[in-house]
Design a protein around this ligand. Sequence first.
Ligand code: CTP
Length: 399
Amino acid sequence: MTCNTLEGKTVVLGITGGIAAYKAADMVSRLKKLGACVHVIMTRNAVRFITPLTLQTLSQNRVVVDMFEQPHYWEIDHISLAQKADLMVIAPASANIIGKIANGIADDMLSTTVMATKAHVIIAPAMNTNMYHNPFFQQNLNKLKESGFTVVEPGEGRLACGDCGKGRLQDINVIIDTILNFFKTRQDYKGTNALVTAGPTREPIDPVRFITNHSSGKMGYAIAEAFAQRGARVKLITGPTHLDPPQGAEVIRIQRAREMLDRVMEHFPWADVVVKAAAVSDYRPREEMVHKLKKHHQRLEIPLVKNPDILMELGRIKGDKKLIGFAAETDNVKEYARRKLLEKNIDMIVANNVTAKDAGFYSDTNKVSIIFANGKELDLPNMPKRKLAHIILDEIKTL
Ligand code: CTP
């Protein structure tokens, strides 16, 4: 589905107790206008902030609060709502409901329905900023992210309680966009196992120093995220980065190129498609000092030895797996990329000039050419890495 409508889609909206609950009325009204069939489940505390009658009037469906009340329609119970849902949205989601979901507790209509549904769940937390930053809450929220829930992070600003900081319910427009995006995204990688590498590697000189490069990991993380959004099972093998783990991906962290090689080889048999976006250090110090190197030398030379070329190794054993590489260049971009494609025996290479404006390592955007083993070449304009990730996935489909 590519149009901006929710016609024919059933959205089950869970509302929990918090001052932002009143904003759910606007959300129901917007979802209805987009054509969705909306069913609302409220927690007992949500009812203190906004009346079920308001949401019933807007959704044109009976609002469910109590698990054990007599159903007015035979099909309205937690199982039928769980089955009916094409998507579940919890907004605002309190720390309490997030804690319950993360720990497998189902003691009211909303938590029971979340547990019973196979539909995707979008969570928009809203709470006091100290609660939001509480480490136990963050652990629970991370559990949900790692299990594939989409979290619409709260906004920052002055909260109803008077505190300032992160915690207020994200703008309804952003939540609605996230819902629309979910339905727009095709699940065309369902059943595919995707192995992605990202970030730099670190090659230790001694316990305090290392050789690395400028890779931020953004491109690889965007690819892992796009695979997960489109239904793939994803393993992301990553060097050190400052990025949040992509939702729905299993993250395997490494430091050295040789560790990346070991992990890649371990998971290669599992993978149907491998995207090597990592910027692997080509060299490492010949020796890794056990103790800190002292500065009594006037001149210091550190001998380097070559690291294994992971992609080259994979090219030798690729079989019918799809293998995609990147080429980070500063000059003769396409020529070098073509050469790498051939030498490494891969299906497709994404070439970028890492010195170009608004592209390369730290940028959120990138400008690339995609070169295929069959000779096809595609020059793409500058665009956000997240968008580019989806285009790369579209092209992988054509291989
Ligand atoms: N690559 C790899 N192992 C290495 C070096 C690179 O797997 N030791 C992979 C990268 O992940 C990327 C591709 O090979 O997908 C090309 O990497 P790049 O750094 O552009 O080129 P190199 O092969 O290292 O060649 P050069 O440094 O000479 O440009």
